[in-house]
Design a binder for this molecule. Sequence first.
Ligand code: NCD
Length: 304
Amino acid sequence: MEFEGRDIISIRDFSLEEIRYILDSALRMEARMAEELCLLEGRILACLFFEPSTRTRLSFETAMKRLGGRVIGFSKAGVASVAKGENLTDTIKTVANYADVIVMRHPREGAARLAAEVSDVPVINAGDGSNQHPTQTLLDLYTIKKEKGRLDVTTAIVGDLKYGRTVHSLAHALAMFGAGLILVSPPGLEMPPEVLSDLRELGAEVTRSSLEEAVREAEVLYVTRIQKERFPDPEEYEKVKGAYKITPETLTKAREDLIVMHPLPRVDEISPEVDLTRHARYFQQVRNGIPVRMALLALVLGAE
Ligand code: NCD
């Protein structure tokens, strides 16, 4: 399987076998985490974040450093030359001269694909607008596989299914693996029609449901934040904010082995009391981000 030099832009660019290969490679990385690895010694990662981030940026930086590599970059658009009017392609063509791999987050859908087209080095999409977030999906799959031993799990996806990029990537990947999907969203924030037809093409069993019913049936409850910053009209946000909240009471009818996941950051959609229940797995997701991103960096740089 060839990963060297490849861009990671959309989960749709990967076959089932390739996703399995990445997850296996992440498992091998995790087993070697205690060692001092130097697989990427002398290599440089550029992290270009035009949008806020905590986990994605810091975990890519950690992953690179754990592999012996170094990191350059910026964490907000205001400090880069875009603030002077530079266009994205000039920024990318420049940074491709400095780094061996670029991780980029950008508010515009399609920005990562555009960057990959003009870059001589691999580009990894760390989120482009409300479109895709493939590396989050890979760590989500890694978490589900570890927790459940399989990926054809009945998964309820709850929240902002319209603007949430993590759920667009995740729903596609889970459908590839034969998972049943239960969609729960406030009115107006439903899964976009093009994502739904893609899921149908994959033969996925997709239903819409209330939160209550979804909690009873699901093996995985994947909760997301309402993407306030993507609403064209702030009044529309006001209408849906706080529309759902997972508390220990919400979970009383859940299966014993239900796991609750969330890409984080959470705002108020999962109460902190849920953290203490047997269901919570969102901080495990955070932890799993490291071996998954180590594997991805090593693969695209031809070191794994
Ligand atoms: C997500 C994102 O940026 O899309 N965060 C993340 O990378 N874990 C989720 C979100 O912002 O709601």
